[in-house]
Design a protein around this ligand. Sequence first.
Ligand SMILES: [Ca+2]
Ligand SMILES: [Ca+2]
Length: 473
Amino acid sequence: MRVQLLTTSLLLASVALAGCGGGSGDGSSPAPSASDAGAGSSAATAPGETGAAVGGGAAAGTEQAQTAPEPEPSDVRYVSPEGDDGADGSEATPWATVAHAVASVGPGTKIVVRGGTWPGLEIAAVDGTEEAPIVLAGEEGNRPIFTGPVKVSRAYWILDGIEVASTEPVFSVRFTGAGSHDNVLRNSVVRDGTGAAGVSIDLDASRILVEGNEIFNISRGETDAHGVVVQPTTREVRVVGNEIHGTSGDSVQCIGPGQDAVEGAPANGVVIEGNTFYDTRENAVDIKHCENVEIRGNVMHGFRVSSTSNGEAIVVHLLASNVKVEENDISNTSRGVVTGRGATNVVVRRNVIHDMADEMTAILFGEGSGFSAVHNTIVGAATGVQALAGSGMPAVRNNIFESVGAAVNGEAAVDTNLFSRTAATGENPVEGEAALDGENVPADGSAAIDNAAPVEEEPACGAGPDFGAIERC
Ligand SMILES: [Ca+2]
Ligand SMILES: [Ca+2]
């Protein structure tokens, strides 16, 4: 039995889980496997060269990497539409082109790009260093707009406060190649793309942080295009605190080798945390053959069945392995979290899945192994957990089922859940009012409080652990 400790927590103070499964769910006919039909079809095809395989030893980094305090720049240079590349790039006599600037500076330099429109850009000449990254910053309050794609193939670059509005049918922002590592895209806007993704991390790129951006209107019509795509052979990619919406595919997709992408090792160590995803034509997060993935603390809403998707907020499938789906808030979607098609070791824990569109299925386990649904709060769904044939008897424990038509369908190890306005099932059921407030937090007197199955190693507030996603203190 797996016992996992929560590393970060956006929703709760102290938490606990585990215990052992037992019992069984009530059988019912399986629903069609969540297929995300055509998932990745013509999705994130990495153009050009074929990436060499990388020994994927890196584990999913959770909270380290590029978050150390940033050194002050040792030099600041300027680029202005009124500048001159023959000048010195000082504030008084700025350069004229960004291309000249990015090829001319060294480690520790901050390049400030004045407002205006600029052509696409390749950062291919100079590396920063860990102690002295190179910053390409938009002018504050007057953000420069790049009307062509921005491609980064060197290391230790920070793109900060720019806008990329390329309508060329290629990735709008691309971190590519083994030389592209320890790079950051932050506080920026990527919009109006017509390529396979707004942002691509591909071909051996590593330690890339995409943070605090708005990425939207990335569309190829009825063909999928994603906000961010993480491709095979990459390592340690973090997508944190972004708002990604209005794509014709997913907000974030991690695509596997051979899945309409390059061959090589699967992407390894992907963290998708604290983002807001909504209103895409497919999914919020689509994880295919990638390894060591954490999807945590995101808010997701507004996903519907389309010609290439079953309307899942999160789909983990196609040989994805070691995936944690934790502490997300998922609503107004046809399906909440779906695993299957050979996925292994997927923990669905402490999510609040509520107000389902069409009152459909909150959590669906398809073919695969090592699945569990623990400490989730499921409110207002036709089906809480569906376990299809071949899903390996997933553990279903310490969840709240509130106003759910059928708590568990299929073959699952159901033990100790709270059933509120929901027919009880499984071993050791607890029946009572969850008394959830407007934020789906149990109110005083809730039957959820202190009544869940005790768990070794993990602390709980009060007399015992609470059912559902949130441990009240
Ligand atoms: Ca998808
Ligand atoms: Ca408690």
